[in-house]
Design a protein around this ligand. Structure first.
Ligand code: SF4
Ligand code: SF4
Length: 135
């Protein structure tokens, strides 16, 4: 390629964006065994474990949930949960398992987990893409 003329701005080459590689497994919390001790939060290297209101939205009984879009599958939370209530689930299944195991989902499908009357229903069947509204 010839040298640019003097005074011509040079545009640096732009690297093609890399596709994000998903972990083989993601961590899913079974909230029926979660005490809200928050030990797992201390160990997560990507800060993807969030506190959420517990049953009946009681702010004094917090539970935790994992943002599956951010989880890197490192298993540290599984290792250190004193109540052994976190499991590694195949990435393809993690979202539907999380929908069954969590009472108050902060995942993008939170609205979808409620039916038209606002009553929570157990998720079943294929999950919509994150952000998609129920049909
Ligand atoms: S597996 Fe690792 S990244 Fe995922 S929630 Fe647990 S500690 Fe965080
Ligand atoms: S360490 Fe286990 S019991 Fe404690 S908040 Fe996390 S998932 Fe719940």
């Amino acid at each position: 390629m010839p040298d640019p003329l003097p005074g011509t701005p040079v545009t640096p080459p732009v690297a093609a964006p890399r596709a994000k590689k998903r972990p083989k497994e993601l961590a899913v919390i079974d909230q029926s065994g979660c005490t809200g001790c928050e030990v797992c939060i201390e160990f997560c290297p990507v800060d993807c474990i969030l506190t959420v209101p517990g049953p009946d939205f009681d702010q004094h009984k917090k539970l935790v949930e994992i943002d599956l879009e951010v989880c890197i599958g490192c298993k540290l939370c599984v290792k250190y949960c004193p109540w052994e209530t976190i499991e590694m689930i195949a990435s393809a299944d993690a979202l539907s398992v999380a929908a069954r195991w969590t009472q108050r989902s902060v995942l993008p499908q939170a609205e979808w987990i409620r039916d038209a009357s606002g009553i929570e229903v157990v998720a079943s069947g294929p999950l919509p893409l994150p952000g998609a509204k129920p049909g």
